[in-house]
Design a binder for this molecule. Structure first.
Ligand code: ACO
Ligand code: ACO
Length: 152
């Protein structure tokens, strides 16, 4: 089934397929985002002047979009070059544990290499064990704890 999976950068024609997955992802994250957030993010994925990118995974036999990743690049006081932050990763329920998530992460790694910013990091909920079954195979777990300004 692995060669049935294609991962590529998001294109303008993908908006409807992407949005369907984006809504599913919000359900998983137990949030409802204003429509404007999705519209803005999608436009930014396509804007060559904005360093926020999106990629979709497809089942090449059905043509269905089955997952996405969103990632960005930012400055850091720790490197000369920027680092890449993977903001989101999602695979639709029926397509899970078939290697789609791994292919999406590998796509981010490849793009990060091409950009000359090979360092990639992300955060996940400590209780998201399913995601961590993948993450422990493609990355290492840091000792860091994440804090956020209260109210944001
Ligand atoms: N025991 C041992 N290993 C297991 C088990 C298990 N029970 N189940 C799965 N695995 C392993 C698989 O063998 C596989 O490893 P492999 O590549 O070496 O074979 C790995 O875990 C799963 O990898 P994929 O199949 O590539 O992952 P999948 O396509 O299922 O996607 C994902 C994983 C994205 C976490 C998916 O479950 C999902 O979308 N979940 C809901 C949303 C979510 O949690 N997103 C991540 C939020 S964190 C963030 O966005 C940065
Ligand atoms: N028990 C309970 N509370 C304590 C104790 C103690 N033993 N010791 C200190 N505190 C409290 C203080 O009361 C104070 O709280 P308050 O503002 O309510 O009075 C708080 O802890 C300390 O606050 P500050 O005095 O403002 O902090 P300080 O100037 O000591 O700076 C810092 C803290 C930056 C972590 C300093 O210890 C440091 O530089 N450590 C080494 C480097 C480091 O760890 N940096 C953070 C890395 S993470 C990152 O960079 C994002």
């Amino acid at each position: 089934t692995n060669d049935r999976i294609l991962v590529r950068a998001i294109e303008p024609k993908d908006e409807e397929a992407w949005n369907k997955l984006w809504v599913e992802y919000q359900g998983f994250q137990k949030v409802v985002m204003p429509l404007e957030v999705g519209k803005t993010s999608f436009a930014r994925f396509l804007d060559p002047t904005v360093k926020l990118w999106g990629a979709l995974a497809f089942d090449t036999e059905t043509g269905n979009a089955i997952g996405f990743t969103h990632y960005l690049s930012h400055l850091t006081s720790w490197n000369v070059e920027e680092v890449v932050y993977m903001n989101d990763l999602y695979v639709t329920e029926y397509a899970r544990v078939k290697g789609v998530g791994r292919k999406l992460v590998e796509f981010v790694y490849k793009h990060a290499d091409e950009l000359g910013t090979p360092s990639v990091y992300w955060v996940t909920d400590h209780f998201n064990h399913r995601a961590q079954l993948l993450y422990t195979k493609v990355a290492y777990k840091t000792d860091k704890v994440v804090y956020k300004r209260i109210g944001y």
